[in-house]
Design a protein around this ligand. Sequence first.
Ligand code: MD3
Ligand code: FE
Length: 223
Amino acid sequence: MQTSSTAAGDLFGAHHPLAGAVTRLGEQAVVLRGFALAHVDALWPALRAVLAQAPFRHMATPGGQRMSVPLTNCGRLGWTSGPGGYRYTARDPDSGQPWPALPEPFLHLAGSAAAAAGFAGFAPDACLVNRYRPGTRLALHQDRNERDFGQPIVSVSLGVPAVFLWGGPRRADRALRVPLWHGDVAVWGGVDRLRFHGVAPIPAATHPLTGAERINLTLRRAG
Ligand code: MD3
Ligand code: FE
């Protein structure tokens, strides 16, 4: 892992230990430190509106285990899990309604972060929203339910910091521990798209915006 600092400037706001830096995790994987800070004022109310329409819920794994991290979605397609496996659906299975539309501030942030990481023209059609409370974690896994692995994934961290686990192409590969703070945006694509990854148990901490929670937005081109 290599972090290079550039002049942060006021654009990023204060309070981020590395705002403006770029942490390179792989040939085509970077963390843009504090990139979302300038977008949070627009993102947050848009996220509240999504949650009012499609609240967080615990899904079950295909094996029947309750997932500890509740989730919801917005966009044309939403990621779901259940006895039928992992899949993208056009409707919220709880309400029977289409998922809420992808808010414009989400699209704007995803497109500009992808472009800054070298993936011009990224237009996501799916946003998975994960909510982490203290002690919850996400076990090492690969994301392979999308149609085109050539498309990048943009991930936005909000609230309480977390340790991201950045593995290799095989589950047994040793994972690097990468701290992610409020406002960090990670972009993964190309040769790094199928790396194993996860989230270590979230510490008991509070953040002024989210309270005890970490919220992660994962924007993808799923269809
Ligand atoms: C690296 N979520 O929902 S996003 C997931 O913080 C997921 O909620 C995590 O992993 C979270 O599937 C991490 C980061 C992420 C997403 C996809 C990746 C990292 C990735 C695909 C390839 C490599
Ligand atoms: Fe994942």
